[in-house]
Design a protein. Structure first.
Length: 319
């Protein structure tokens, strides 16, 4: 019986690629239809993979039928780290099945922000079965190449890899972070399958916290202030994603507009340091929806605003 990659590709003719990605925003990386087959002079750092001078990472992915893919879109999110406060230098080379997609590319913006780099791959340069992407930093690099994400999408399935990553994040919305005030939990769910972007709260001790998420929610950065003290930097590193918040509060809610109150979906909340109940909460998601509520007598009263709409009343009672 012929079990070669070529015969496997023929048996799977007419099958589209699965969502294909390597997301280095977590440790270990989140992978879809990808195997990391080689890492050289590179290491996981915060929310990215850092490639030193001469460093590389090699990925394998599966293409059942190149004719169905027609043309692949290879996308990297990467930057060149700054060099003593000035523009960095880490020329990028990308090879797919040995062919160069980028040869010593100077990534723009000098290290200020991650850049989205997109390359087209015709179907004839793909093979049925295993394909290889190799990403390299030049041997003469003077700073580091930071690689955040690699996605590979077939033609007519725009950003299916990115959408798969979003669905994965939505399925695991309970975030636990290690911080200098101890373990911090962040979970706010209105049933809208939205990813949080910013959160701020105050707790019963009078302490205040405000934070924004860094790349892929792998970390947060913000400020905190205890009563009578100066504010100080507040940082956290992701230690766990989960689908269940065991200590979440659940509220039945109503939204107020047009002079009346109307039943809305439940709100589930688990925010802050365990053992310190919150008295106030503000949040915004990546779509731009945002809310602010104050807790008291077991329930809450506040305001909610969907992106593109005006603010409405928002209130809830324990479910």
């Amino acid at each position: 019986m012929d079990s070669s990659p070529a015969s496997a590709g023929k048996r799977r003719a007419g099958t589209q690629m699965e969502p294909t990605y390597a997301d280095f925003g977590t440790e270990p990386p989140r992978l879809g239809n990808v195997t990391i087959t080689g890492v050289h002079r590179s290491s996981a750092q915060d929310d990215h993979l850092a490639l030193h001078s001469g460093g590389s990472v090699e990925l394998e992915f599966d293409v059942p039928d190149p004719a169905i893919v027609r043309e692949a879109c290879v996308t990297l999110v990467a930057l060149t780290s700054m060099l003593f406060g000035g523009p960095g230098y880490a020329p990028l080379t990308v090879r797919l099945n040995g062919r160069s997609l980028a040869d010593r590319l100077r990534i723009p913006n000098g290290g200020g922000l991650p850049q989205r780099l997109v390359f087209a791959v015709p179907a004839e340069e793909l093979v049925a079965g295993r394909n290889t992407v190799r990403i390299e930093s030049g041997n003469d690099a003077r700073s580091m190449l930071w690689l955040y994400r690699v996605t590979i999408d077939p033609m007519n399935a725009h950003d299916q890899a990115g959408l798969a990553l979003v669905r994965q994040a939505v399925a695991e919305p309970v975030l636990r972070y290690a911080s200098d005030v101890g373990e911090v939990t962040i979970f706010v769910d209105r049933g809208e399958q939205a990813i949080l972007d910013q959160v701020a709260w105050a707790d019963a001790s009078g302490a205040e916290y405000a934070m924004m998420f860094e790349q892929q929610q792998a970390a947060f950065y913000g400020w905190s202030r205890r009563p009578g003290e100066r504010p100080w930097e507040f940082r956290g590193r992701l230690i766990e994603r989960g689908s269940v918040a065991r200590n979440a509060q659940r509220f039945t809610t109503e939204e107020g507009w047009g002079g009346g109150w109307h039943r809305s979906g439940d709100l589930r909340v688990a925010v802050g340091v365990p053992g310190h109940p919150i008295t106030r909460l503000n949040w915004r998601d990546l779509r731009g929806n945002n809310g602010t509520v104050a807790f008291g007598d077991g329930g809450f009263l506040g305001i909610y605003q969907r992106v593109g709409e005006g603010p409405i009343g928002y209130r809830g009672r324990p479910a």
